[in-house]
Write a protein that binds this ligand. Structure first.
Ligand code: HEC
Length: 192
């Protein structure tokens, strides 16, 4: 897994590290890192769903989603880290900070106004950090684990309840805001 990710990174970041303008760089790194995380998780999810029963895939998400996210941070350039968060979390380790809650609320407002979040992102510059925020919207394939009681099989629901007794990440519909990816970059990372 790590090798595959490293290749993808080389490819994605090859053009971006030498740009002069920090803000452009931050945008490019944030965008590519978020894309890489989404693609990696989706690819794993698809492979597992073909092979395993959905309730076993829940175990995969529980064991691996966090690890994949963290291992991505290890291979990203030094000073760049990535995480996922939401206003309604399943894994409490993903709980948002106050600032992240505000950003999530602005994405939620966009959805409430009927805007598509396809191209939405936010880039903030704070105390020597650039932070890139990319909203995650619920797609059909998310519903088996994040949908309502008619989407989630009882056996899957049981497994989720057992692993996450305080789960709030159910009851979503297609198009709902599920959360966001956060890519944090130390400003100096662009001057290496
Ligand atoms: C097979 C079940 C499964 C599917 C399908 C699934 N998820 Fe999850 N999701 C989980 C589990 C389990 C967690 C908690 C694991 C973790 O991140 O530690 C989680 C966590 C998350 C989180 C992190 C915030 C939190 O609640 O802890 C986000 C964001 C997320 N999922 C988005 C999605 C999106 C978007 C899709 C569809 C593209 C999706 N998920 C599909 C099971 C699933």
């Amino acid at each position: 897994m790590k090798r595959v990710l490293s290749f993808a990174l080389l490819f994605l970041f090859a053009g971006s590290v030498h740009l002069a303008a920090s803000e452009e760089n931050a945008k490019s790194i944030g965008k590519n890192a978020a894309l890489l995380l989404t693609k990696t998780l989706m690819a794993e999810l698809k492979t597992r769903t073909k092979k395993d029963k959905i309730e076993d895939v829940v175990n995969f998400c529980s064991d691996e989603a966090m690890k994949i996210t963290q291992s991505l941070t290890e291979i990203l350039p030094d000073g760049v880290s990535i995480s996922r968060t939401s206003l309604k979390t399943r894994n409490k380790e993903n709980n948002p900070t106050q600032k992240e809650m505000e950003i999530l609320q602005t994405f939620q407002d966009e959805i409430n106004r009927g805007e598509s979040l396809k191209k939405s992102y936010l880039l903030e510059n704070e105390n020597n950090f650039y932070i890139y925020y990319k909203p995650l919207v619920i797609k059909k394939e998310c519903l088996v684990c994040h949908g309502g009681s008619s989407d989630i099989k009882p056996v899957t629901a049981q497994k989720i309840d057992k692993l996450y007794p305080k789960d709030e990440a159910k009851g979503y519909k297609e198009g709902d805001l599920r959360g966001m990816i956060v890519v944090k970059m130390v400003d100096g990372v662009f001057k290496q």
